[in-house]
Design a protein around this ligand. Structure first.
Ligand code: GLY
Length: 401
């Protein structure tokens, strides 16, 4: 039998780690018992405890199950310290805190670096969480500086934050991406800390622009929407990481569900809650029976295409928050099912080589760059989602729920 590497990895990851008594859900199925999630988190802590002391850079993606790194953090540099902070939160282990602080410190130069929009990805799980957990003003002040850097990418004509490309350069000047919804909470934090409404005003305006132009009638979204950078006139939908301009890239949809729910929580504006709801309803209808997202909900291969476990972990976090925001148990039930699917079929438990926790991620399928890999945001949001279920009060403190 000639098994592809993808098949081998998927089957290695698919062996269930866990047993336990499930929480009874509406359909009578059982999903995501606290014991099952606890066992998964213990596995994650053990893996992190073994791997983290040897890591002095920022994990970006696995190659043959080992982390490869991006020295300045790229767009992912917040997730490594973020995961360590959550590990410290759960375990109380001072070694995780020391490693988290050291990783935070390595990110410092990026707070003044306006080269792209990723400042929220970089500084929310790392410096904002560090401030919320320790009260050390150094982290707060740096996060506010990062928020200020992000505002430099504001395009007043189009009322959006530019995603990519150096300020003042023409390439990608009018390009907005759904991912930016995740960077807005850094602006909300800056307003909360400084009292200067300018930050949150930009976040609200960007979210409104995204809602107006990305949200389709069926609740799906494109990865990209282009504008004329000078006039702000809309040009049209597009994609880089999704299957096509009219498809729905699963991780982008998850960023939107999480990001719009967060914006609702920060502002109380119902338009953001309703947008998150529509996006969630679309994604939940599109999920395959194993509850793990295919990388694009409109891939022509449908359920037979590769998965993106990171989209599942991000969406689970967003749905748990949306359940609270809307008072709708269904979103929590579906989040628990997604977590069950991830724990049952995506953990690295059967691999002796693996350095990450969550397998079966997809970074960029159109570019065939990172398929059946582990991703630091997959691990981070898995930690966050499980802790949202097991230790909601502690997570609320860490990420300001
Ligand atoms: N924000 C880039 C990605 O999700 O791949």
């Amino acid at each position: 039998m000639n098994l592809s590497r993808r098949t081998l990895l998927a089957s290695a990851a698919a062996t269930p780690l866990l047993t336990g008594t499930g929480v009874a859900l509406g359909t009578g199925e059982a999903a995501a018992s606290p014991a099952r999630l606890r066992t998964a988190l213990d596995y994650a802590l053990a893996k992190l405890g073994a791997v983290a002391p040897g890591i002095i850079s920022f994990p970006e993606i696995t190659r043959a199950e080992k982390w490869t790194y991006v020295a300045d953090g790229g767009w992912v540099g917040g997730f490594w310290p973020g995961t360590l902070w959550l590990a410290h939160l759960d375990s109380g282990d001072a070694r995780f805190r020391a490693l988290a602080e050291a990783a935070n410190d390595r990110l410092a130069p990026r707070r003044l670096d306006p080269r792209d929009h990723d400042l929220g990805f970089l500084f929310s799980p790392s410096w904002v969480t560090a401030y919320r957990l320790t009260g050390d003003a150094k982290w707060r002040d740096g996060a506010v500086e990062a928020a200020n850097t992000l505002t430099k990418r504001w395009n007043a004509a189009g009322r959006f934050i530019r995603a990519w490309g150096a300020i003042g350069t023409p390439g990608n000047a009018g390009r907005v991406i759904i991912d930016t919804m995740m960077n807005l909470d850094l602006l909300a934090f800056a307003t909360e800390q400084t009292g200067d409404s300018r930050f949150l005003d930009i976040a609200i305006a960007h979210a409104r622009t995204t809602r107006t132009h990305f949200l389709r009638a069926d609740g799906s979204t494109p990865h990209v929407f282009d504008f004329d950078p000078d006039t702000g006139a809309p040009v049209g939908q597009n994609t880089v990481q999704g299957y096509s301009p009219t498809s729905c890239w699963a991780r982008g949809q998850a960023w939107g569900i999480y990001g719009f729910t967060t914006m609702y929580r920060r502002t109380g504006l119902n338009e953001f809650r309703d947008t998150a709801r529509k996006m969630a309803d679309f994604a939940l209808d599109a999920l395959t029976p194993d509850h793990v997202p295919v990388w694009d909900y409109r891939s022509p291969l449908g359920a037979n295409d590769v998965k993106d476990s990171s989209a599942g972990a991000i969406m689970a976090c967003g749905l748990l928050d949306l359940a609270k925001a809307t008072g709708t148990d269904r979103y929590r039930d579906r989040a628990l099912r997604i977590l069950d699917g991830l724990v049952a079929t995506c953990l690295t438990t059967r691999s002796t080589r693996a350095e990450a926790v969550l397998a079966r991620g997809t970074r960029n399928r159109p570019a065939e760059d990172g398929v059946e890999v582990s991703l630091p945001y997959g691990d981070y949001y898995l930690f966050e989602a499980i802790l949202r279920v097991l230790k909601p009060a502690q997570v609320a403190k860490a990420i300001g729920l």
